[in-house]
Design a binder for this molecule. Structure first.
Ligand SMILES: [Zn+2]
Length: 455
């Protein structure tokens, strides 16, 4: 038994929260109960928080007052959640060009706010400021969903991450050891054999309770372990995959190698946690405690269950910079069922990835990047890594890391699939590389479409 975990969870963590004047543990305990509330109760709570945010936004933000006035709307016109549809979608361009006007006049001292910046991997980098109460509620929500992995707060975490913030000073080391419990890092920006071997030694010396990382980096590490150390047994209580779409084939391999279920978590810097698998893995529970989530089509109307829609969120907590109907830039699908865990938080069937990762065919059909890469990865032999880039409607580039037996047969498989998926007019080039380049954030993208989308 990890004695430090016991002390960390029961003494150090609560003491530190008090020292920091942080309420996140109180929110966490509240949310352990609210996750079983009836849907009516959840909706009524979201409605009252939404009304508060809408009225606050109108009264204290130039941007929102202008937006409401231009539509001849008053906050009282938005009483129910579906009334939000009277407002247009908030875009990344709005955030980038109107940032100052979006910050509430009640929170004009920016030094007291937390700044979140996206990496700009979709082409537009944005900043969002959040007030302290909002940040703490979201910390509570993240802790609740992290524990769905099987890990408990206070237990050791090993991370596979880009640019890990691993402080090397005494205070930082103590904090990592006793409070946050991150003790082993594999930097995804330099994942070579040597660093993976060192990481493995650390995990064998001190087994992690949770293995945490980008989906594809977890997959690459699992592949490395299987090839190099097939007899090594590292079995955490939970594996948390985040920040990227988790392909089924990746999930299967990670789960086999570590003999552990993989929990998929979805969120973004701007609004934090959006949805996460629970221990039953029957879909991703949406985070209704801090968000109101819509899935919409190109016209901004709600999509039916089972159909992909753009993820549009209204942040129910952030008063420093109200975010109403913000288009995150991803697509997801609603599931129409209850999870057997008993939690009532509505489920996403799956996350389909970014809108920018959708390929558009000549006929105007949208093909999800996740299905494409899944399909190509399973149907094409002798490829270690593959990235599909749609340069133009009928022109594709395949960036390929070859396996030893790669040859004419593989190229023919790709040709057949291209014709099946994109039609006879589609052309493609293969570009061979040592490895697929990562985004600045240390994440991978396997399908990039440069064709302009309507949504
Ligand atoms: Zn569940």
């Amino acid at each position: 038994m990890d004695i430090i975990a016991f002390f960390s969870r029961n003494f150090i963590v609560p003491f530190w929260a008090k020292y920091e004047h942080s309420d996140y543990l109180r929110y966490y305990h509240q949310m352990l109960k609210t996750q079983y509330d009836s849907l009516d109760v959840i909706i009524s709570r979201q409605t009252s928080k939404m009304r508060e945010i809408v009225s606050h936004a109108y009264n204290t933000c130039n941007f929102w007052r202008e937006r409401f006035d231009s539509l001849n709307l008053k906050p009282d016109d938005i009483r129910e959640l579906q009334d939000l549809r009277k407002l247009p979608i908030l875009t990344k361009v709005d955030l980038r060009t109107r940032l100052d006007d979006m910050i509430s006049s009640s929170y004009s001292d920016l030094s007291k706010l937390t700044l979140f910046t996206t990496s700009g991997s979709t082409g537009v980098s944005v900043k969002v400021y959040a007030d302290d109460a909002c940040t703490q509620i979201k910390r509570g929500a993240i802790l609740r969903s992290d524990e769905w992995t099987g890990w408990r707060q206070g237990e050791r975490i090993a991370a596979i991450w880009g640019n890990p913030k691993h402080r090397k000073d005494f205070f930082g080391i103590m904090r990592n050891l006793f409070l946050e419990r991150y003790y082993a890092f594999l930097d995804t920006l330099k994942m070579d054999e040597h660093s993976m071997e060192e990481f493995t030694k650390q995990l064998l010396r001190y087994p992690p309770s949770m293995l945490f990382g980008h989906a594809h980096s977890l997959y690459l590490y699992a592949k490395f372990l299987r090839a190099k150390f097939p007899d090594v047994k590292i079995k955490p209580h939970g594996i948390l995959s985040t920040c990227m779409v988790l392909h089924d084939f990746e999930r299967r391999l990670i789960s086999e190698v570590f003999d552990c279920r993989v929990t998929n978590r979805y969120g973004c810097e701007e609004v934090s946690l959006i949805a996460s698998d629970c221990e039953c893995g029957e879909g991703l529970h949406t985070n209704t405690d801090t968000l109101y989530i819509e899935l919409v089509n190109q016209l901004g109307e709600p999509v039916k269950t089972g159909e992909p829609g753009a993820v549009v969120v209204t942040d129910l907590c952030n008063k420093a910079m109200p975010m109403i109907r913000y288009n995150v830039g991803d697509t997801a699908i609603w599931a129409d069922r209850k999870c057997s865990c008993g939690r009532t938080l509505p489920l996403f069937e799956r996350i389909e990835g970014r809108v920018a990762d959708y390929v558009v065919t000549e006929q105007g059909e949208y093909i999800s990047g996740i299905s494409l890469t899944e399909n190509f990865a399973c149907m094409v032999d002798d490829i270690i890594q593959l990235q599909i880039v749609q340069e133009d409607v009928n022109r594709f580039t395949f960036n390929i890391v070859k396996a030893p037996n790669f040859g004419e047969k593989t190229v023919n498989q790709i040709r057949n699939l291209v014709q099946q998926r994109f039609g006879n007019n589609a052309t493609f080039d293969c570009v061979f590389m040592e490895k697929i380049p990562m985004e600045k954030s240390g994440k991978y993208r396997f399908c990039i479409s440069k064709v302009k989308k309507d949504f």
